[in-house]
Design a protein around this ligand. Structure first.
Ligand code: NAD
Ligand code: GLY
Length: 350
């Protein structure tokens, strides 16, 4: 098992290993002594891992309750959030109890936001079961729910007390969802770590999961410790996302987040080459590794369509969009781009 220490506004550890879900209870009681633990999970994940998690918590002396919601992004909403808060209140959950988010990014974001706001904050544990949640959403304290007018529009920065990632849970992930998470793993290689990128080039989808997840978590930890509240360096995690969000939105969310990010990353890399910001080799390596993982690298949406959607990106400030542009593999820069120049930049990358 690997352990990564995160020293943000809360200090906590990320435990990554095989078969460690059964140790959840003992790890929680090593940290704090909650009377009750509420497992929050979705309708796909709870039947797979709920019993193991509950048995482990009970064996450590905790009372256990479970809140299970329908799987899918549409549950990351105000209605389910309020249902969860009412469930906590009805069950007399107090600040000395804790929530356990057992699932992917939807579960983690919803549970984290409930934990941040119920009684003005109660402890919560992240137990990620998707690759995306393992390498990204479970670490760093971004929690949120969606509004009808946009994703993640209501949220809080609220760090978990512990992240426990049992890599064996990834074995039951549908392949398409695993590939979506791979787009985020590739992102870390392009942003910060050429050695990680080379490992992905060599192994493709059969990369060494425990090792690669640990490396991604270390990289995310470093960014979060530098810029917990997302005012500078953390923006780089947005690589491929501004144009990717455009692809997602234009497809009516038919194209998954991971695939949209892959397309966004490929477009930005081609545009970077066209504008002299990276070499042909860098562009080709990025596009080729995305293809190696079975991810798409092109779209039929026009530059105008992508531009229109990119303008509603949360990270736009005034008339400028901060694009994350690869210089070499392992090194990207934040390029403030005037809105006027964005459409031609996208055009160059299509
Ligand atoms: P998700 O939680 O909906 O999981 C995807 C699907 O996989 C669901 O159907 C789920 O039931 C199923 N599933 C999960 N684990 C499984 C397993 N082990 N075996 C079988 N099925 C399993 O989605 P996601 O892709 O994990 O996360 C996407 C969400 O994460 C989005 O809402 C996004 O906004 C959010 N996100 C948050 C952050 C952050 O920093 N907080 C970062 C990136 C993404
Ligand atoms: N997933 C982006 C971030 O945590 O900042």
């Amino acid at each position: 098992m690997n352990v990564v220490d995160v020293k943000a506004s809360r200090h906590y550890q990320v435990h990554i290993g095989s078969g460690i879900l059964a140790q959840l209870g003992s790890k929680v009681t090593e940290l704090c002594h909650p009377g009750k633990a509420v497992i929050v999970s979705d309708s796909n994940v709870y039947p797979l891992y709920g019993e193991t998690a509950a048995a482990s918590l009970k064996a450590a002396g905790l009372q256990v309750a479970s809140f299970i919601f329908p799987a899918g992004e549409s549950s990351k909403c105000g209605t389910v959030y309020l249902e969860l808060l009412n469930y906590l209140a009805d069950n007399r959950i107090t600040r000395s109890d804790c929530l356990v988010a057992l699932g992917g990014g939807v579960t983690g974001d919803l549970t984290g936001f409930a934990a941040a706001t119920y009684l003005r904050g109660i402890p919560f544990i992240q137990v990620p079961t998707t690759l995306l949640a393992a390498v990204d959403s479970s670490v760093g304290g971004k929690t949120a729910i969606d509004l009808p007018s946009g994703k993640n529009l209501v949220g809080a920065f609220y760090q978990p007390h512990l992240v426990l990632c049992d890599v064996d849970t990834l074995n039951t992930l549908p392949e398409e969802i695993f590939r979506d998470g791979c787009a985020e793993v590739i992102k870390y290689g392009i942003l910060y770590d050429e050695a990680l990128f080379c490992h992905l080039e060599d192994c493709g989808i059969h990369f060494r999961a425990e090792e690669v997840i640990t490396r991604c978590v270390e990289l995310k930890r470093d960014v979060v410790m530098e810029d917990e509240f997302d005012t500078g360096a953390r923006m780089k995690l947005n690589l491929g996302h501004t144009i990717g969000h455009g692809v997602e939105a234009q497809s009516g969310y038919e194209i998954s987040h991971g695939k949209a990010v892959a397309i966004g990353t490929a477009i930005v890399s081609r545009a970077a080459y066209a504008s002299g910001k990276c070499s042909e080799i860098t562009r080709n390596r990025i596009v080729d590794v995305l293809k190696l993982f079975g991810l798409p690298t092109a779209t039929t949406f026009s530059a105008q369509e992508l531009f229109t959607s990119a303008l509603s990106d949360k990270k736009r400030s005034g008339d400028t969009v901060n694009l994350i542009v690869p210089s070499t593999v392992g090194n990207c820069e934040i390029v403030p781009t005037p809105v006027d120049a964005l459409k031609s930049f996208i055009e160059a990358g299509l």
